[in-house]
Design a protein around this ligand. Sequence first.
Ligand code: CA
Length: 320
Amino acid sequence: MTHNHRLLIDADTGIDDALAILYALRMPGVQVEGITTVFGNTSAEQAAENTLRLLEFADPGCSIPVLLGADRPLLRPLHPHSSHVHGENGLGGVELPRAPRSAGQEPAPDFLVRKVNESPGELTLVTLASFTNLALALELDPELPRKVKGVVSMAGTIDAPGNVTPVAEANVYKDPEAADRVLTSGLPITLVGLDVTMPVRLSKGHLRSLADRAKPEEAALVRFMAEASEAYWAFYGHSNFFVEEAPMHDLLAMQAALCPELFTFQHMPLRVECGGALTTGMVVADRRAIPREGTGVNVCVGVHAERAIGQFLSVFAQEA
Ligand code: CA
């Protein structure tokens, strides 16, 4: 389980992004080499502010670069940020102390291209938001698909219902053109969508039990996770009838990157619908015997739900 992973993370730092980032920071053998931000749950600027505060809270003096990216989709008008899900500040209204530094000056797409070119074949990019930054990076360097070790993305859905429209997941829906460009670019992508994120729900009970057995030095982080998750549990209570539990979508993508043994995968050619009246942002899988649409993507189709939750909690817990 503990391999050496060098990660770049692209996020719209809301509640589940925060959990994914904290998990990555604490997983043994993982080196986070930069976090870029994009519009989505909140603005790119607020996401960077949240990321800086989160990093400082988790690791005082942390110097992982944080870079601002796109503040709007490639071609479309900006949809309202998801404050109804993640609270006004993106972190469920929890105010972490200010960090003693600001985001870097380099634009996120330039940073991604530079980092990948400095270490060809070594960096895995985990995207936890719309694909806008990655699409812009591909414009800067069309050879990126041959230089990145892998891309693992929380995005889309194949068989599960959408979460913004009947068929579209939020990260794809908010910038479908970027998603289509990225998914058909030849990048070595693993897609972690609602098919596997919805069945894995972190509950208030899970975090309460973790609070009782957390490593003493992780008590504050676990408290933060529980406080920030309150808004998320409340949203899923009235949107999906879940009782004090919620899928932590981005966390699953991070787990797919770091613990792929928890998942099963299937290769399928994908495109993204960019023009439908009811289907904009739908991920279309060509599962015909002879597929004719799309580019092959590694899609996460199954997950060991209990093991995934247990593995996440174990990272913050004392040894049994
Ligand atoms: Ca996210």
